[in-house]
Design a protein around this ligand. Sequence first.
Ligand code: PHE
Length: 450
Amino acid sequence: MNKVSQHGQWSSRLAFVLAATGSAVGLGNIWKFPYITGENGGGAFVLVYLLCIFAIGVPIMAAEIMLGRRGRKSPINTMRDLAKEAGANPFWKTLGWVGVVAGFLILSYYSVIAGWAMAYVVRVASGMFEGVTADGVGSIFGQFVADPEKLLAWHSLFMILTMLVVARGVKGLERAVKFLMPALLLLLVLLVGYAMDQGAFRQAVNFLFSPDFSKLNSEGVLTAMGHAFFTLSLGMGSIMVYGAYLPSKVSIGSTAVIIALADTAVALLAGLAIFPIVFIHGLEPGSGPGLIFQTLPIAFGQMEYGAFFGTMFFVLLVFAAWSSSISLIEPAVAWLVENRKMSRMRACIWSGLVTWLVGIGTVLSFNITSDIKFFDKTFFDVLDYLTANIMLPLGGLSIAVFAGWVMTKEVTKEELNFNKPAVFKAWLFLVKYVSPVAVVIVFLKAVNLI
Ligand code: PHE
């Protein structure tokens, strides 16, 4: 098959790898991974997370890219077409719909946190943290999130930036990501170097890499699995829609491995940069979503040229978030263009507006409505739990089942085009049995059914 998407195509394999890595590497790696690792006791959580990335995430990523390239449309229409091709129930397109909803919900809070990162660019640059103690940094953060107007302003600005790039189509991003990703990696390495010098590096390494399973409950296992999907952008159509713009000849399997390795490297480096600071200053690893905003500024306030490096760091974090947020909304925008015959611009305005509105819920959940809880969770916690722990794993599960059981072997083999038959066999085994069974077991355990 040699169809091309109506929305355009990546110029090369490298462009796709960069864009997909841009989608994968984001707040999930630098903001979320450290704080959920802290909340779930460290090593054992990290181990389960790594297992999920490579045994469940990578095969499903190959499947999701493959579905996208085979369909060449928005995930909703791709699933409709592929179900038809396989002679299966058209209901499969619901998978596309669930993905679109998940994308809106995730972006609605993602944008608020990206807004925090933007605010911190200004704060670090202006020298606000110079010589400030850990307590001081903590209270600066507390005051910041207590102010709904500030959070709303930054959230709005970030949404505008996102929609601007989405409106210009897939090409706009390619060039930027090429420089930003390596720069981010470099800066993280530098921060790890600084952290190594602080005296608590060993403790941090132990915390991250020596597993103590008594610290991990089944809820934590679900969080680890959910985060594997979240950090790889899997299960909601982002990777599928990017796959739709992938040239036909590119090898999907090795591409998926590269993206997963890059993503994992960034997350682990972020952990290695942050936890030494946590321990040396006696901070609480499980202090929640504010963790990086309460730790890194201490380091930037104390190190030489800290204002410079700190500014760079938060700028790059904003870019990493930016390149992820674009992929969160692309499935919806592509569908609006295909089915509602909207211009890309209009599609962007509408979907951006909806996301922005939902985001206000998250803005308020850190201050005015922080006491309103459902099942002990604020609005932000609920969105995060619902999307990362439930919707994405369910989406990933469905993708695995569809690729492994519904599509014919001939089609998947042709589209994946692995160079060794054994690799195809291994992939098929993983998506047919391992991933679905693993996801179901983790779900059942989390609700105490087994
Ligand atoms: N992978 C992104 C991150 O780690 C978030 C994301 C999730 C992007 C789902 C797209 C789809 O920050």
